[in-house]
Design a protein around this ligand. Sequence first.
Ligand SMILES: Cc1cc2nc3c(=O)[nH]c(=O)nc-3n(C[C@H](O)[C@H](O)[C@H](O)COP(=O)(O)O)c2cc1C
Length: 350
Amino acid sequence: MNFWQQLQQPIIGLSPMDGVTDHPYRHMQKKYGNPTVIYTEFASVEGLCRGAAKLLKDFLFDEIQRPIVAQVYGTTPKFFRQTAVVLCELGFDGIDINMGCPAKNVAHSGAGAALIKTPELAQEIIRETKAGVEDWLQGMKIADLPDITPEIAKIVQARHDALPQAYQEKRALPISIKTRVGYDAPVISEWIPRLLELEPTCIAIHGRTLRQQYSGVADWERIGEAAELAAGSNTLILGNGDVDSLETARQRTEEYKLAGVLIGRASMGNPFVFRASQLDEPSLFAIAVEHAKLFEATYQINDSYAFLPMRKNLGWYVRSIPNAKEVRAELFQANTSQEVREILKRHGLV
Ligand SMILES: Cc1cc2nc3c(=O)[nH]c(=O)nc-3n(C[C@H](O)[C@H](O)[C@H](O)COP(=O)(O)O)c2cc1C
């Protein structure tokens, strides 16, 4: 039994968002929203296996975020195998393979949603990722991996050693997939069975095609078809796309017979989207200050540190106040959590 099967349903998880769901974002979402499961931003297996140590920042997390799934993308099966060993060693609860990203730099290389057009390669990638978990269970060490540099191995080892004892021990990490309903047009009845053959623990489906990017509305009928195809298997199906409240999450889960949903954009500046009630919780503005402090504490040690990536979050937190534009303009000049607090205080928000 792996963690996915033990989750209370409906599963209402935080969807992976590159450039958004970094360690501080995930921490705040879990603390104040408590999504059932959390994914990291995606990271490239090619990048990791070609020595890009900076990618390891995407894999930062703390214990509060469990269960936490690491998401990766790429096209090279042997790199998925080695990356799986790295992710096991880092103490993740699961590994998710991105087969849904429509971004040109990803899909043009054949990764992300482009894998929908090459199901054989998609299957090979799943097999090799599983083989990587098996290598780790059999005792494979980071130092044994041919394409992992000593610099990366050292960082991974240090993080492994800092894990609580229970997470240093061998566990068979489950493999999940996140995908879309199709490339140019929906192909659920061809695509989903190809994935099911490899028995992933979970498939999360965004109800748009690659071609649609983020336009139009998510097609939940297609997601429902996938759930029908998976009925009777051990694979959980999660729906995704345009879920903006707990009520919608529950309604979609029930109507389309899903194990649950993932929420992405509606969580921006609003971890309460995952909660039935927010009584006794601090205001979004107090959460904004706490988020900014954690952002500083997490990244200030880096040479290339900048407060800039934090600012978009600040804009989201104040989105719904009457003078949002004015406050946002001031927050977008802030360079420290102290300045954020002062600005919000001046406007009577904290
Ligand atoms: C800024 C941004 C970055 C994203 N990055 C990823 C990613 O790294 N991996 C992934 O599987 N999906 C990614 N997505 C897609 C979301 O996880 C989700 O499938 C999509 O936004 C639809 O859900 P929503 O309507 O709840 O936002 C991203 C979406 C956005 C808006």
